[in-house]
Design a protein around this ligand. Structure first.
Ligand SMILES: NC(=O)c1ccc[n+]([C@@H]2O[C@H](COP(=O)([O-])OP(=O)(O)OC[C@H]3O[C@@H](n4cnc5c(N)ncnc54)[C@H](O)[C@@H]3O)[C@@H](O)[C@H]2O)c1
Length: 275
């Protein structure tokens, strides 16, 4: 059976863990060749190894998406190893919550840097290749649809107390999505966002699980949710529970396949029925 993404080249940021890892595995299982990125080398190499073990193709591009030259490095890794770019998923990120009176400038700036500035730079870095490839393909009469999926959050669509930084960044990425859908329509690039509700990863683990912090660039940041808040959140979800990373990846996958070639500039909420 022909796989949906045979031979496509997909770049997924933050694909060492959680939702990004599942997106990468899903795209690879449908035949895509993957550039895996993560801040942390070990989980990234693990994702690469799992794809290779399943008979797929993948390489790692380790480092923080917030490094000024990261976008260029990410794009170069794809071009050097696989000779093209078909799918870009801007997924890397974390939360660093606080009420506004306690939110530091670093908290504000770092969250905007990872969720908004980094995706902008990655897309800018890919723009020369995309424009040239689209022109070549149009002249040859063999047009190719390319896909950008930006990961947003219901926090960015509806707001969330304690997340002024994150909600702003995730709303911003939806603006970038809509602008790029208009700018790159002429190059046959579909640009969409997926805004997740509650997905069960380390970011949303119950605080009773004992691992409620992440190390980001040498800084230890508390993550996780109070068990009673988690329960209350789940009670408001029509499907009755948080989503799995595999289910989250499914929503992104829908925007990567040819069946969605006429869908662009959209923000899809993937939240188990909760608006
Ligand atoms: N889990 C949820 O409920 C939820 C809800 C809405 C949106 N999201 C978004 O989904 C995306 C993935 O989150 P997740 O829940 O899978 O978290 P996760 O922590 O399980 O995985 C995120 C991965 O991104 C990596 N990462 C973080 N900062 C990075 C950086 N600067 N450069 C490169 N890699 C970096 C981490 O090391 C980690 O491996 C994030 O953008 C997050 O904001 C998650």
């Amino acid at each position: 059976m022909t796989r949906k993404l045979e031979g496509k080249v997909a770049l997924v940021s933050g694909s060492g863990r959680g939702i990004g890892r599942e997106i990468a595995l899903k795209l690879a299982s449908e035949g895509a060749r993957l550039v895996i990125n993560d801040l942390d080398a070990e989980p990234a190499e693990h994702t690469v190894a799992d794809i290779l073990a399943a008979g797929g193709q993948a390489v790692a591009c380790i480092g923080s998406v917030t490094e000024a030259d990261f976008g260029d490095r990410f794009v170069k890794t794809a071009l050097d190893n696989f000779g093209g770019i078909d799918i870009i998923v801007n997924n890397a990120g974390y939360t660093w919550d606080n009420v506004i009176q306690k939110m530091t400038d670093a908290q504000w700036e770092d969250i905007l840097a990872v969720h908004l500035t980094a995706p902008f730079r990655i897309l800018r870095a890919a723009s020369d290749f995309i424009r040239d490839a689209a022109k070549r393909e149009a002249e040859a009469g063999t047009p190719v649809f390319r896909k950008v999926v930006n990961i947003s959050s219901t926090s960015g669509v509806y707001g969330n107390a304690g997340q002024a930084n994150y909600a702003t960044a995730k709303a911003g990425i939806n603006g970038l999505t809509r602008a790029m859908a208009k700018e790159w329509g002429r190059y046959k690039v579909n640009v969409n966002s997926v805004a997740f509700g509650l997905i069960m990863t380390r970011l949303t683990q119950s605080l009773t699980s004992g691992n409620a912090s992440v190390d980001i660039g040498g800084r230890t940041i508390a993550v996780g949710v109070q068990p009673e808040r988690l329960k209350a959140a789940e009670a408001t979800i029509p499907l009755g529970r948080g989503g799995t990373p595999e289910e989250a990846a499914g929503a992104v996958y829908m925007f990567c396949i040819p069946e969605s070639n006429y869908v662009s500039g959209q923000v899809l909420v993937c939240g188990g029925g909760r608006p």
